[in-house]
Design a protein around this ligand. Structure first.
Ligand code: GLP
Length: 254
C-alpha cells in the first residue's frame, strides 16, 4: 500500500449513461487483458447501469466472464442471500445471473454466518488466496462512506462488522418498505482492504453526491471522510457525471 498522497484521476462525463458506459468499458478492458482477473464489486443504485452495460457486452460481444473471480464489498448482517434487499440477491439479479461467471467464483460476505467475525477473517483470506483485487469498483455514500466504512473508519481497518449511521439507514431505506427494516449492522471490507486493490474506480452521479465527491477529492485525507482516504492510493479514478462533479474546483479529463 502506498501511503503517499496523490490526486485521483477525474473523468467527468455529460450524464449518468455516459458514466455507466465508461465504467463498463474500464471493467471490460481489464477482463479482455486479463481474463482471470479479480474484480471487486459494489452495490447501491449507482452501479446498476454499469452492470446492465456489462450484461449487454456479454450478450452482444461475447465478453467472457468464465475465468474471473469477484468479491463484493459488503452485505447486511441478518439478511440471507435470497432476501431481495441483500447484496447477494442484488448481484445475482443485476449481473451474475446474466453472464457466464462461475457461481463458485463469486463472493459476497455471508450476512447470516453464525460466526460473523470468522466470516470476516475468512473473507480476507479468500481475497489473498485469489491474488488480491485487480480492480475495485466503488460508489460513495452521501456522508462519504465507501462500502459500509462510515465516517471514523480507520485507514488500516479490515473486513469486519460495523454499525450503520442514521444517515446511511435513511439513504438506503428507499430500497426497503420502511427505514425500520434496514439492518443496522453490516459486514464490510475495511478501508485497508480496499486500499490494497491494485486499481480503484469510484463512480458517482447526481448532485446529491457533489459534496461527498468534493470532500473526497479536495479535502485532506481524514477518516472522518472515508472516501478522502482514497487519496492515499496511487491508482484511483473517479468517473463522474457533471452533477456529481458540480462541487469540484478543478475539472478532469473527459
Ligand atoms: C451503500 C453501499 C455502498 C454504496 C452506497 C451508495 O451504502 N454499501 O457501497 O456506495 O450505498 O449507494 P447509491 O449508489 O445507491 O447512492
Amino acid at each position: 500500500m502506498t501511503l503517499q498522497r496523490s490526486r485521483p484521476r477525474l473523468m467527468i462525463l455529460d450524464d449518468p449513461g455516459a458514466v455507466d458506459r465508461r465504467v463498463a468499458e474500464l471493467i471490460a478492458d481489464l477482463i479482455r487483458e486479463k481474463p482471470e482477473c479479480v474484480l471487486g464489486l459494489a452495490t447501491g443504485g449507482t452501479p446498476v447501469g454499469a452492470y446492465r452495460e456489462l450484461v449487454g457486452m456479454h450478450q452482444q460481444q461475447s465478453l467472457d466472464f468464465s475465468r474471473l473471480t469477484t468479491f463484493n464489498l459488503d452485505e447486511y448482517v441478518g439478511l440471507s442471500g435470497d432476501h431481495p434487499q441483500s447484496y447477494r440477491y442484488f448481484m445475482q439479479h443485476h449481473l451474475f445471473d446474466h453472464v457466464n461467471v462461475q457461481p463458485s467464483r463469486t463472493h459476497v460476505p455471508n450476512g447470516r454466518a453464525r460466526d460473523i467475525d470468522r466470516e470476516a477473517r475468512e473473507y480476507e483470506k479468500k481475497i489473498d488466496s485469489a491474488g488480491g483485487i485487480d480492480l475495485q469498483l466503488l460508489g460513495i455514500g452521501s456522508n462519504g462512506h465507501i462500502a459500509f466504512n462510515e465516517p471514523g473508519s480507520p485507514i488500516e481497518s479490515r473486513t469486519r462488522t460495523v454499525e450503520l449511521t442514521a444517515e446511511t439507514i435513511e439513504d438506503n431505506a428507499r430500497f426497503f418498505e420502511t427505514a425500520d427494516e434496514v439492518p443496522g449492522t453490516a459486514i464490510t471490507m475495511g478501508i485497508g482492504t480496499i486500499l490494497e486493490s491494485k486499481r480503484i474506480v469510484l463512480m458517482a452521479t447526481g448532485d446529491a453526491k457533489a459534496d461527498a465527491v468534493r470532500t473526497a477529492v479536495e479535502d485532506d485525507p481524514d477518516p472522518i471522510n472515508p472516501a478522502s482516504l482514497l487519496q492515499l492510493h496511487s491508482n484511483v479514478t473517479f468517473v463522474l457525471d457533471r452533477a456529481a462533479a458540480g462541487g469540484l474546483s478543478t475539472s478532469g479529463s473527459r
